[in-house]
Design a protein. Structure first.
Ligand SMILES: Cc1cc2nc3c(=O)[nH]c(=O)nc-3n(C[C@H](O)[C@H](O)[C@H](O)COP(=O)(O)OP(=O)(O)OC[C@H]3O[C@@H](n4cnc5c(N)ncnc54)[C@H](O)[C@@H]3O)c2cc1C
Length: 482
């Protein structure tokens, strides 16, 4: 990216047209926190995988809720739109600015309160997820939200995307982990709904408007999040099965035999495992034989380790007898358990050396997830012989990353030209099965057309009406979601 002068702003946007606004912003939050140099903005203009880039006049780094409110008030008066940003790890293009101003929450990074008896923590939006997990750990509690991006994503971004991750099966999505929020509205008003109540039936549940809104309705500045008892034991296994049908039967068994200790049930296709073994440093196939599919299973609990191990082993023995699984490796030490997890965690990265891939982040009812894998795989193979489907992910949530790697001898560009055709094939199947074309990553700019195509028309109308009420001037993250 070329370096531009401060006056020129970033990527060709001319900040000289906005001198009065920038001066007012400098007065409000301090000149050091109003950045216009292209170098300061460079990483903020590009989506995590480099798939989209945008332009912006300036990057604002307010240090308090009041400063966020002042920034939004000044921007609204000047009619300059604002794109909120957290860690910029989002995968739907929602944080990429299209002109206007970027407002990052990175200086709102205080943990305001920990209340172990209420089992809550009040955190500012810019707290890095991993730091929140560590703070919970310090009071012997668990904040279960866990994503591969946890070292850089922020809790405000997690709320705004209603992030999922690997603990949804037991603890739910981000939405299920939040009791209250503080939000600055586009006109600068501050909504204080920062309560830590588990019971509060006092009208509409406003916090849920902002959770998952991808910064289009308000800027979340703080939240009250739930803490949970920290598990004292975990039992982890990688099992092999002949395909998605026995995997689904196994899932049903694990739910009934391990009850609420079942925390993880992730699916890995053979091709995906092979890519990890081939490309991820330190990863190897823990089984002697090659199998069509695998499931990573983890139980967690607060009882004795031996009880949890016995529960896992008992369920797996029954699964062997029922021919739901054909091989299994149980982690005997913490290091072995981590090694099994590494096979799952390295999947996305291991696909990269295999060339272009077309990704779908979809969900169907759990009862249809095996059907989905079979039907969608066949339909995609029919469309492009030689294609290498690589379905993996949160099987127990009905959420799959249905990724397609290009045929070995095809050029990346030729393959990516088929993105739209594969979207139609996969998303039509998902829709017909009562599923969602965006399970975890949101709409951003990438999936706006799909939203128009598949969302209930009355739901879309209501979303537009809500946007018009809360942000009549289209000041906050314009062009995203709707
Ligand atoms: C390696 C990797 C693994 C990932 N794994 C998962 C996964 O398992 N599950 C999952 O759900 N996602 C996953 N993601 C996607 C991403 O990490 C999540 O969407 C995360 O919640 C985004 O947080 P962020 O702070 O980076 O938000 P950003 O990317 O900065 O922003 C995301 C959206 O929220 C808005 N926003 C950000 N902060 C605020 C705020 N304070 N107020 C209002 N709006 C705001 C932005 O405008 C944008 O629309 C992964 C990403 C990567 C790179």
């Amino acid at each position: 990216m070329t370096t531009l002068t401060a006056e020129r702003g970033a990527s060709g946007t001319d900040s000289r047209d906005h001198v009065p606004l920038l001066d007012a912003l400098r007065d409000a939050i301090g000149a050091a926190y109003v950045l216009t140099d292209a170098q300061d903005l460079a990483t903020r203009l590009v989506e995590d995988r480099g798939l989209r880039s945008g332009t912006a006049i300036a990057l604002l780094r307010p240090g308090s809720t009041e400063e966020v409110a002042t920034c939004l008030r000044l921007c609204q008066t000047a009619k300059v739109p604002v794109t909120p940003q957290g860690g910029n790890t989002g995968l739907a293009g929602g944080g990429v600015p299209d002109g206007g101003i970027i407002l990052t929450t990175d200086r709102l990074n205080r943990i305001r309160q920990v209340d172990p008896t209420n089992a809550t923590m009040t955190v500012e939006a810019g707290c890095i997820l991993a730091n929140i997990q560590a703070a919970a750990d310090e009071v012997d509690a668990l904040f279960p939200l866990s994503l591969a991006s946890e070292g850089s994503c922020q809790i405000g971004g997690n709320l705004s995307t209603n992030a999922g991750g690997t603990a949804v099966l037991r603890y739910g999505n981000t939405r299920d982990l939040v009791l209250g929020v503080e939000v600055v509205l586009p006109d600068g008003r501050v909504l204080n709904d920062l309560n830590g109540l588990r019971k509060n039936n006092t009208g509409y549940d406003l916090k849920n408007l902002f959770i998952g809104a991808e910064g289009t309705l308000g800027i979340i500045t703080a939240a009250v999040i739930k803490l949970f008892p920290k598990p004292t034991a975990r039992a982890t296994a990688l099992v092999a099965c002949t395909g998605p049908d026995p995997a689904l039967a196994l899932y049903a068994r694990m739910r009934s035999q391990t009850a609420d200790t079942l925390s993880t049930f992730e699916y890995i296709d053979r091709l995906g495992l092979q890519m990890v073994v081939d490309h991820a440093p330190g990863c190897s196939d823990p089984m002697v034989e090659v199998h069509p599919a695998y499931c990573l299973i983890e139980l967690t609990g607060n009882g004795a380790q031996a009880d949890l191990d016995a529960r896992l082993e008992g369920a797996l023995e029954a699964a062997f007898e029922a021919e739901e699984i054909i091989d299994a490796v149980i982690g005997a030490s913490e290091a072995q358990k981590d090694a099994l997890w590494a096979l799952r965690e390295n999947l996305s990265e291991a696909q990269k050396p295999e060339g272009a891939s077309i990704k779908h982040d979809v969900s169907v009812p759990v009862s249809r997830v095996a059907d989905f894998i079979k039907v969608a795989t066949q339909a995609c193979m029919d469309h492009m012989p030689g294609l290498r489907p690589c379905p993996f992910g949160h099987f127990g949530d009905g959420n799959l990353h249905f990724n397609l790697s290009r045929p070995v001898d095809m050029a990346d560009a030729d393959f990516l030209a088929e993105y739209g055709a594969f979207n139609r094939i996969v998303h039509d199947i998902v829709h017909e099965m009562g599923g969602s074309f965006s399970a975890e990553h949101g709409i951003g700019t990438f999936k706006r057309a799909e939203l128009r195509r598949y969302k209930d028309p009355v739901a879309l109308e209501l979303m537009e009406q809500l946007k018009a009420v809360l942000d009549p001037g289209q000041m906050l993250n314009p062009g995203k979601v709707l």
